[in-house]
Design a protein. Sequence first.
Lengths: 414, 414
Amino acid sequence: MNPTTTVDQATKSGTALQLSRRAHLIPASPIRKLAPLADAAKARGIHVYHLNIGQPDIETPACMRSRLKELDAKVLEYSPSGGTPAYVESLQHYYQRRLGMDLRTDQILATTGGSEAILFAFMACANEGDDVLSLEPFYTNYRAFATMAGLNIRPVATRGRDGFHLPAREAFEQALTPRTKVVIICNPNNPTGTVFSREEIEMLAGFCREHGLFLISDEVYREFVYDGRHATSALELPNADDFVIVVDSLSKRYSACGIRLGALVTRNKSVWDAGLRMAQGRLSPPGLAQFIAVGAENLGEEYTRDVVKEYQHRRDVLYDGLRAIPGVSLTKPEGAFYCMPTLPIDDADRFASWLLRDFSHDGATVMVAPATGFYASELGQHEVRIAYVLNEKDLRASIDLLRIALEQYPGRTA
Amino acid sequence: MNPTTTVDQATKSGTALQLSRRAHLIPASPIRKLAPLADAAKARGIHVYHLNIGQPDIETPACMRSRLKELDAKVLEYSPSGGTPAYVESLQHYYQRRLGMDLRTDQILATTGGSEAILFAFMACANEGDDVLSLEPFYTNYRAFATMAGLNIRPVATRGRDGFHLPAREAFEQALTPRTKVVIICNPNNPTGTVFSREEIEMLAGFCREHGLFLISDEVYREFVYDGRHATSALELPNADDFVIVVDSLSKRYSACGIRLGALVTRNKSVWDAGLRMAQGRLSPPGLAQFIAVGAENLGEEYTRDVVKEYQHRRDVLYDGLRAIPGVSLTKPEGAFYCMPTLPIDDADRFASWLLRDFSHDGATVMVAPATGFYASELGQHEVRIAYVLNEKDLRASIDLLRIALEQYPGRTA
């Protein structure tokens, strides 16, 4: 034993055990930190309408759920790290059918939800200390994954008055730093409901191409587009194979959020290979999820059409309802199942807490997500994210409650 | 637009798109890179006995699998980020029953396999560039997670001639650097089959306590101990609540590797809280897995007893069989279902490839994991990891093949 080493090191022992910097930086879910207030409201007998979370009430297709009754494996074994051939091929067929796109199975990597695909993509494309350029407001968990990967999010603001569409390319140029390695976009967008046009996506791709950046395109809401729109997949772009990485998920497409199954899709062989090695580290994606996922191959086109029709109707109900409330402003959401209205309030966090703690009407209240959690900058104080995942009746009741709440809220502005 | 910025940045565009350093560093699975050779052997009609992977052939308990037939949820929803109350409470009961330990539900965090618990623990306890002290040989995927977290593994060697038991504390003191933040141990050990004694674990805990280090104790093989041994859980240690983090998993315990369900268990509130925030980032652990996991509550003590008895018998068959092969040396494995014999060979990687590519006997061969993948240093060239997850008949056939192969192998030494 070297006593010198021991003595030197022992000086460390006086200090309390420190967590890592990133452990401190990883944000608590801005939605989930309101959960105790919602629980308390429910404990007081108040019905809480959840507009705060993208958990659809649509049934997971029976042809997926019924697979569980058919499982006859006696041993629930590891699957291949990149996914079972059956699952990966089912995605291959999906891309062929849905986007007319011939992808090879070694361009599709099964992941544990879209979440893991985001983490793998961040890890593969950028070093600790590098920058990720992201539209703002953004899906709040980008920040969690960026922090885990040691990356900084550099926001490019989009504004409600523009329907949260892309700013001119100058805004991206100005946000660029020597350490920018990646641009991430969510299209159709969570939390804003914006569907970016082909021209917008091409502008962004041109920006990435010129500056040698990866483009991570989070397309988990691909199906959810209204008024006849088409969500351009970054996989459709010409001359973009080397820098495009698509994040996909079954969560929303088949209302199967809990199974945790998604994919990372890229034609860049090095990125796919790095993803596979990370996937090997964690051994397998969830096996039961993969087993039922292939049941989706039995769905006809009418499945998506009917679901989208239902959401479009809800969107209309919500949009018309919110517009009719004095002081509320929003542009018509184009896709996904979120919108981000500006409310006549002093502070979205305070308002969201007040709804749960101090407000109720006829024994009910609503829960919304304060927009501040979707911003890296100080913006968003007057906005909330509303998920229209409730049926029409509940949605109408929620809008009524919101109208009444805004009349009573002490921090009402304008 | 600021043209200066554009021109400056444009100089980047000439360079090819670079992956991150960590993307290059994350190792390919040392087992899975032999897979193409195994596939080719099978394509030639050769039967391959898999001694290379810890995929048990024991059935997943029927009381877990049958839960799938009972699932009547119409929407497969997100579960709470830290796990469903039912799953977390089932683990709470397990710890009470199995270790006589009263844990609170906010000391148990559901994770996507033990894998995710390792990643969360690394991320929470150490910054990029910090060191992790690990016994060597180690579970190969520690390296993948350390690389993802930006950590360096500093090995402390254990040796086959000592049954891979811990070296004296001096070896740990010598491996310590100013950036060491964490010690990770796997007990019972993968890949060596060693069960560390209470005294060894206490020595290690004393070392961690004195130097202000976290102790990550990977106990996913807790049940698999032979000859009446007890695997000491780090959770049993006195005065260790603030620095002990246990990694747990249902994969081996219930032969359910494919469902991807585990847990991070710690009495350190800050670590648990950091884990929960990372868990919120990825939304939920797999829901179907959690749903069937609670079925394990119906298992009596005889389940584990019978499984362990079967593995102990296999261990005996393997140990006696390997010892009888000239030039092979090993100490008797004490737990898990692995052993790491030293073989009379020039190079374990070459031997493992040769078995698949050039050898067969009566139409069969064996696949083993070269030990080099379990070492950070240059050690392990003469060792292979053997998983005794096959039934007795197949295990005996495998040992015979290994004996014959070692007689024929051109790189045989001694």
